[in-house]
Design a protein around this ligand. Structure first.
Ligand SMILES: [Zn+2]
Ligand SMILES: [Zn+2]
Length: 258
């Protein structure tokens, strides 16, 4: 079986001391490819530097909505230059996050749109982040409805109504380990039944969001654990993990042009 962790931040300090071991763990759990996602200039550079050195690791560059306050036209130029590396396969994560408000609404929306345009210019698929945006995220996506932007709504946490709209726009849906959590995963376990297999991606968002049962033993999530997202998903969808895993692997490669 081959599993693709479509979203991880493995440049994080918490992986420095056992980086090789962490990659070996992933490989032993059939995780054969990882998309390393940047959130600002420095993490995007780190993502590219790691991805350059490994055949099956890829990079995505961009400014997370939390970091939108530090974005600028100059920084977008730097990211565009970084995107010339062949390991860069996506732009993101970008979007809106009105949960913690590390950047203001006006600033988040401005740099969200500017980055959609940058991704379009480079013809890169987009990794979207949305949390508590009160409908604004969908309103902005709607402006680009006719532009056929390829992308994934990573760490999907929205409503059924939002889910249908994302699917209608052709986006893939990224499912994290939240799916495996007893309380927090309840509504997600219902909603995934609505997603066609051909539209699903799986991810860890490591080092965040450790899935069950690892959550009780370690706070740090790592790419190997994405396997438990696939297993849970195949139970809910009443499918063989191998079969569903293959579909999801192909979805991921097709989105990122790999
Ligand atoms: Zn995110
Ligand atoms: Zn992330």
């Amino acid at each position: 079986m081959k599993i693709f962790d479509s979203h991880a931040h493995i440049y994080d300090k918490c992986f420095t001391s056992d980086f090789t071991e962490m990659l070996e763990n992933a490989y032993n759990a059939d995780v054969h490819a990882i998309m390393i996602v940047g959130t600002d200039i420095s993490s995007s550079k780190k993502a590219v530097n790691i991805a350059k050195s490994y055949k099956n690791l890829f990079a995505s560059i961009g400014f997370h909505p939390h970091d939108a306050k530090n974005c600028s036209d100059k920084n977008i130029k730097i990211l565009k230059k970084l995107a010339e590396n062949s390991c860069v396969k996506a732009w993101g994560e970008i979007g809106l996050d009105f949960n913690r408000m590390f950047s203001s609404v006006v600033i988040q929306e401005k740099w969200f749109e500017k980055q959609i345009q940058a991704a379009k210019e480079l013809d890169l698929p987009v990794i979207f982040h949305e949390r508590d945006s009160k409908g604004r995220f969908l309103e902005i996506l709607n402006l680009y409805k006719n532009e056929k932007i390829k992308g994934v709504i990573h760490c999907f946490s929205g409503s059924g109504n939002e889910l249908l709209k994302y699917l209608d726009m052709g986006y893939f849906i990224g499912i994290t380990g939240i799916l495996t959590l007893k309380q927090r995963g309840q509504s997600l376990r219902e909603l995934v039944k609505m997603i066609p297999d051909k539209k699903i991606l799986i991810e860890t968002d490591a080092p965040y969001l450790a899935p069950s049962p690892y959550k009780n033993k370690t706070r740090r999530n790592e790419p190997a654990f994405v396997r438990s997202v696939l297993i849970k998903l195949s139970q809910i969808k009443k499918q063989e993990p191998e079969k569903l895993g293959k579909i999801i692997w192909n979805n991921t490669c097709s989105l990122f042009n790999i």
